[in-house]
Design a protein around this ligand. Structure first.
Ligand code: HEM
Ligand code: HEM
Length: 191
């Protein structure tokens, strides 16, 4: 009997705060904000401060290596299996977003998952071409520098789309996804 009264109180929006669930584990959160800061640092020092630039680039490479391992052994929403979908599912989801009828996901939605993969791949390409420039074999090779710069700039473009996607999804589902990437928690799915 007592538990029935309790439920009524939640539904009436009384004293109980809305239920939340843990989504992003501490590693994913530290990974994310370190990656964003280091990416910015690497980008602005690329042309100017070589030692800082290369250190930031290697730190990014290290973070990515750990994140990839975590994508296989980490908790549920950190796993690639939880958010990497077929291109068909990704396009269907983007269409639903445009029609304002996209379902809410507790982890990454299919478009967000595709963005995570794209960012990781581009950052790896940027890191490898950056490393190549420091080797004897490719030192001074104009084309490697060219590719490194193009990959870095394309990644900036992806980051802009990434942040816009976060804002669109936040408005569409009336939740603050940026805050969730800080606290790790999101509103539980309503039944
Ligand atoms: C101030 C700028 C940024 C904001 C506000 C932001 C916000 C977010 C948010 C809210 C998520 C979770 C998305 C979801 O709920 O599905 C996320 C995920 C992610 N973001 Fe960002 N982001 C920013 C910059 C960046 C940058 C610069 C990079 C990389 C260069 C980046 C790479 C990623 C990656 C890889 C994930 C997936 C996290 C994981 O599962 O490990 N973000 N971001
Ligand atoms: C993923 C992170 C990285 C980003 C976003 C990035 C971005 C950039 C950018 C924007 C430039 C300037 C290009 C220009 O205007 O000429 C640059 C140059 C350079 N980067 Fe990176 N880079 C990254 C990683 C690395 C790594 C890991 C290394 C080496 C191990 C590296 C080595 C270099 C070198 C040697 C240059 C100078 C090219 C020149 O002579 O102008 N980068 N990078």
């Amino acid at each position: 009997m007592a538990s029935v009264d309790h439920n009524v109180m939640i539904e009436a929006g009384g004293a109980m705060p809305p239920a939340t669930v843990k989504v992003w584990d501490p590693f994913v959160r530290v990974f994310h904000w370190s990656l964003a800061a280091l990416f910015l640092l690497a980008y602005v020092t690329g042309d100017e401060v070589q030692n800082v630039h290369i250190a930031a680039g290697y730190a990014i490479a290290g973070l990515l290596a750990l994140r990839i391992v975590w994508g296989f052994v980490g908790p549920r929403h950190a796993r690639f299996g939880d958010f990497v979908r077929s291109p068909r599912a990704v396009f269907a989801y983007v269409r639903d977003v445009a029609l304002l009828r996209a379902p809410r996901f507790i982890g990454h939605n299919p478009a967000g998952g595709a963005m995570v993969v794209a960012l990781i791949v581009m950052l790896i390409g940027t890191g490898i071409t950056g490393y190549m420039m420091t080797t004897d074999a490719y030192w001074g090779a104009e084309w490697v520098e060219e590719v490194h710069e193009v990959l870095a700039n394309l990644t900036v473009g992806l980051v802009v789309v990434h942040v816009l996607g976060v804002l669109v999804a936040s408005f569409e589902h009336r939740e603050n996804l940026v805050k969730a990437m800080i606290t790790g928690r999101k509103r539980a799915n309503e039944r």
